[in-house]
Design a protein around this ligand. Sequence first.
Ligand SMILES: Cc1ncc(COP(=O)(O)O)c(C=O)c1O
Length: 334
Amino acid sequence: MQYHRDRGKSGKHVVIGRWGGYHGSTLAGLAWGGNAGRRLPYSAALPHAEHIPPCFPYRCWLGRPCPPCDCSCADHLERVIGQVGAENVAAFVAEPVVGATLGAAVPPPGYFARIRENCDRHDVLFIADEVMTGFGRTGRAFALDHWAVAPDLIACAKGIAGGYAPLGAVLVKPEIVGEVRRRGKSFVIGHTSAGNPLSCATGAAVLRYVLDHELIANAAATGSYLGDRLEGLKTRHAMIGDVRGLGLLGGVELVRDRATKRPFPREWQVASRAGAATLERGLVSYPGTGTVDGALGDHLLYAPPLTITREQVDELVAILDESLGAVGESLPSA
Ligand SMILES: Cc1ncc(COP(=O)(O)O)c(C=O)c1O
């Protein structure tokens, strides 16, 4: 917004996000995100934001079969920009692979190129939220690298310091920084812990380790193995509706009926029961709900350390296998 204002386009203030996305629990993050359940308690205080449908191949909001996918949901961006008026739109924000709220939903190739074109046509900044996907998680430095798309800003955290210290960053295109600096200004976005030297040193050490040990290549290779092994569980558990993900970000959606993709009743708390079952057996899962519509739907997310080996993936899958068996047996039969 500051960038647009400095260029004399102060009307550009609306941010467009996607339903089903997650950008954190600040008021702006919740507003731009699109998980109905997480937004609800704060709905009265959320700033104005617009949303387009998610790109969610397993549960296409446009009701199209996928694959093949014609990425037409990306054109909703142009439609909403038209509705709001391009002169009012500052940015579009999206997770390249939707993590916490959709359980590693990966778009088909071509989706983000279409988003990029739509943003460029209307002078709208494209913010990639790579908080979960960045710094090697998906087998590339950043997830958008899979599709050779360059955003204008990248939000990142988590993997930037490997979890060893709290660290987050916003990476901004030099042209945008230059535009603000040219006027002798800096971004008015300071925080108490900004630039914390201990966190930054930890981040630098983690990055050096990741590069020295070729962990991004490991995320690609072992991630692909993880995906295959998770996929293999489908033959053993009818409750697995979909296995998806990219690199070392894997998602398993749990459904009551695989043929119709019908979710479990909310009160059965299947995701949290499955998460608890794996934890009891020594595996940390990230259970998520609201996968279908912000309320219904259950998934488990896996984001193991980039150092994980194939043997450890086998252990992960064996624990998940046993846990899903136990959860399946404990569910009402009706
Ligand atoms: C994609 C994404 N964006 C933003 C956030 C929020 O980050 P923080 O909790 O550091 O505000 C998260 C946290 O899980 C996330 O997964």
